[in-house]
Design a binder for this molecule. Sequence first.
Ligand code: ASP
Length: 417
Amino acid sequence: MIGILAGVIFGFVAAQLNLADFVKDWIKPFGTIFINLLKMIAVPLIVTSLVKGVADLKDISKLGKMGGRTFAIYVATTAFSIALGLVIVNIVRPGYLIKAESRQVMMEKFADGASSKIAAAETVKQSGPLQPLIDIVPDNLFRAATDNTSMLQVIFFVVFFGIGLILIPGNKAKPVIDFFDGANDVIMKLIDIIMLGAPIGVFALLASLVVELPSLDLLTALLGYAFCVLLGLAILLTLFYPMLVKVFAKKSPAFFMKGIAPAQLLAFSTSSSAATLPVSMERAQEHLGVDEEVASFVLPIGATVNMDGTALYQGVAAVFIAQAFGMHLNLGEQLGILLTATLASIGTAAVPGAGMVMLVIVMAKAGIPEAGLALIFAIDRPLDMCRTVANVTSDLCVSMIIAKSLGKLHEPKPSEL
Ligand code: ASP
């Protein structure tokens, strides 16, 4: 918290004193190093914890049960989030507030940035309907493991490997499981060490973000749009998830909020669900009482496929841009957005700014001009920070619900509260 606040204040002062270059050269690298350390640990963490998580299930039907439930709840919360976003953006109608001049300015200013996102989406767009399924299966495990955006492929292999471990005789499986168990403890220790640097890393990230912020008049033009996204996220964070926790996991919202706060702060400052994963795992197991078996399965998958905040943002942004261009989308078209945004959010990589690439696909399917991406470019990073908080919160909420439904939600020890 202190790191975040100090970073924001420092960033503002530095911007006033024209020290933007100094911040970029001497402060920002520490933020980058901090995110890199967290990302570096993400793949080994998934491998060691998931192998053990799956092997501990001891029986394939348990895996099927947990997998089916996890996926169903993830899709349901995502669809709800987009529907919420669509309702808000249709009531507030922020696109009609954009003046023609500001639209022109933004289209020119951010055309370059937008076109790189559009180009990145091009390859995804050209593929067939079953491409997302093909993408889950890696042709080379090591290539998948070298790329933080291919986390789903790594998960596929690891779950498969875990199934193999369940099927071989126990005496053969034991040394392998013991190895991953020990390695998992080592990784957890490394995370403790990395997190010692969190205040400095977070300070550097926020300071460099603030000096790079666009001018105020551009931001005010986008206020209506940002308001819709933030209102939707606020409803998810303060009402929807606490209610789910209360009803399905029988825990108080205060207990949940207190337990997950450090993961939320980290999601906010890194804008990456993957970078936040190590802390989410720790919070779920040590502070929410989620059994390791559940946490090590539900959370890595959630970080990669469950993105409620991103989905909500994609729905709002697509309709906002359509409004700004004077297009009217009927109910059928908006339901189309709900469907494509659900799929797009599943395909979004858990790294900063990835949601915007997949937004291009949602827009293209709905016939909304892609160049309109330039309109929302200026304000994407702050919204990315906020939507990542919702993404991570949703994963943690679902991990509690699944744990409860399987009788694997424990009372945390008093020292861990
Ligand atoms: N940054 C988001 C995440 O990692 C993805 C996105 O919406 O860009 O969860």
